[in-house]
Design a binder for this molecule. Structure first.
Ligand code: LLP
Length: 422
């Protein structure tokens, strides 16, 4: 596999990186840095790939909003026909503001509050993915008090190893997520008895950035065992939700072919009449986005050379949090005439862990523009204001047009919700 990976809709023309037909340098010039840019075509194409792969059976692609909840991205996906996987009232609010349909929303998450539930019940979401007995009882009480029926699916923990980073593995029995496979049948029977609930489906999500097919298939096999047992108990399910988790290429990873994933899943669902639901996040948006950043200083110490850039861990926390690799490329190449050397690309935040890329071989000078790849998922959405840094703008690229879809925060906005004591 070639060492340098350029995601679709990103290419180098006349030695300058372009997203679709737009030079990234033009985006930096117009909107400043740091700045996220997303390719609208890349998102559309990723969604259509799912549609094509699952065209042979009823399937609803519920985009996991946590990957990137920008309203314009939600609207784009909603227009394409996507549903949404949400984990909070905040995400529900975003989807509704973006024009997404409540009837296509599944509500996941291990700690739904009473307010979350009431809001989602009033909105009329498609299903609650319930993760524990107390949650089931709470949902029953709240639905009853509102005089409505809550559609329910149990998130089953199939106890399979997704072979991914331990922080993003969720389907092992040690994990806080889901209901143990062994206890699921009893809880389903309880759900069927409780007032205010209607059992509609079954659900699992085993982790994220998974690049092997077998854990998904093992999980599905375990879920199908339960579906069969439930049927024998007279509980017929209307949908099966296999969660998200499909990995993407950041560096050397070889992502699962969607066609193969779909083929293997669909062949196992021959005897299941209900709808298939999927909750992809990263696979839809991860490689659609980049983070543009400028070199503020080149700093050479006796130990290492640093490129200190204007983006930081508050804009892209994945390298600091998971030791994740994001490719870093000069937007104009060659950026300088100097020789390449080994740099740590770091941000201005006062943490030693504020690293965006370690040991990168680059030819760099102060003022150079850099592009950090694969920043469409879990980048802006995990952003913070740490060190009182305003969050960067987000730009959607469509051919040679750019649309600002979130403006840069102002310094005033950073303290607008506060006041000094008298
Ligand atoms: N469904 C549920 C219930 C989830 O918890 C998640 C992600 C997804 C779907 C979407 O997973 P995806 O298709 O994006 O893998 N911050 C981490 C990833 C955390 C994923 C959390 N749950 C990262 O930057 O790698």
């Amino acid at each position: 596999m070639s060492d340098l990976f350029l995601p679709p809709f990103l290419d180098r023309r006349a030695s300058e990186l372009h997203m679709e037909s737009t030079p990234l340098a033009a985006i930096a010039k117009k909107f400043g840095t740091p700045c996220y840019a997303y390719s609208s075509s890349a998102i559309t194409e990723a969604y259509e790939e799912f549609r094509r792969a699952f065209s042979t059976r009823p399937a609803l692609i519920c985009y996991a909003v946590k990957a990137n909840g920008n309203l314009s991205i939600l609207r784009l996906l909603s227009r394409l026909g996507a549903g949404f996987d949400i984990v909070s009232a905040g995400e529900l609010h975003r989807v509704l503001r973006a024009g997404g349909l409540a009837s296509r929303i599944v509500f996941s998450g291990v700690g739904k509050s009473c307010d979350d539930m009431a809001y989602a019940l009033k909105a009329g979401v498609r299903c609650f993915n319930v993760e524990s007995e107390p949650e089931l009882r709470r949902l029953s009480d709240i639905a009853q008090s509102l005089g409505v029926t809550a559609p329910v699916s149990l998130r089953v923990n199939p106890d399979v190893d997704p072979k991914t980073h331990p922080y993003i593995a969720t389907g092992l029995k040690e994990s806080k997520f889901g209901i143990a496979h062994d206890g699921a049948l009893d809880l389903y029977l309880e759900a069927a008895r409780l007032p205010g609930l209607k059992v509609t489906g079954i659900d699992c999500h085993i982790g994220s950035q998974i690049t092997e097919l077998s854990p998904f298939l093992s999980a599905l096999d375990r879920i199908l065992l339960l579906v069969e047992r439930l049927k024998n108990q007279g509980i017929q399910l209307g949908h099966l939700d296999l969660g998200g988790g499909l990995g993407i290429r950041y560096r050397h990873e070889q992502p699962i072919s969607l066609a193969e994933y779909a083929r293997e899943i669909c062949s196992r669902l021959d005897h299941f009449d209900g709808e298939l639901i999927l909750e992809p996040g990263r696979r839809l948006v991860g490689n659609s986005g980049v983070l543009l950043t400028r070199v503020e200083y080149i700093k050479r110490t006796p130990g290492r050379s640093f490129a200190i850039v204007d983006a930081a861990m508050n804009d892209l926390v994945r390298p600091a949090l998971y030791d994740a690799w994001h490719e870093i490329l000069p937007v104009c190449s060659p950026a300088t005439t100097g020789p390449s050397e080994l740099f740590d690309v770091v941000g201005p935040v006062c943490e030693t862990g504020d690293i965006l890329g370690r040991d990168r071989t680059l030819a760099l000078a102060q003022g150079d523009l850099l592009c950090i790849l694969s920043a469409g998922a879990y980048a802006a959405s995990m952003g913070s204001n740490y060190n009182a840094r305003p969050r960067p703008p987000e730009v959607l690229v469509e051919g040679n047009e750019t649309r600002l879809i979130r403006r840069r925060e102002t310094l005033d906005e950073l303290s607008d919700l506060e006041w000094p004591i008298d």
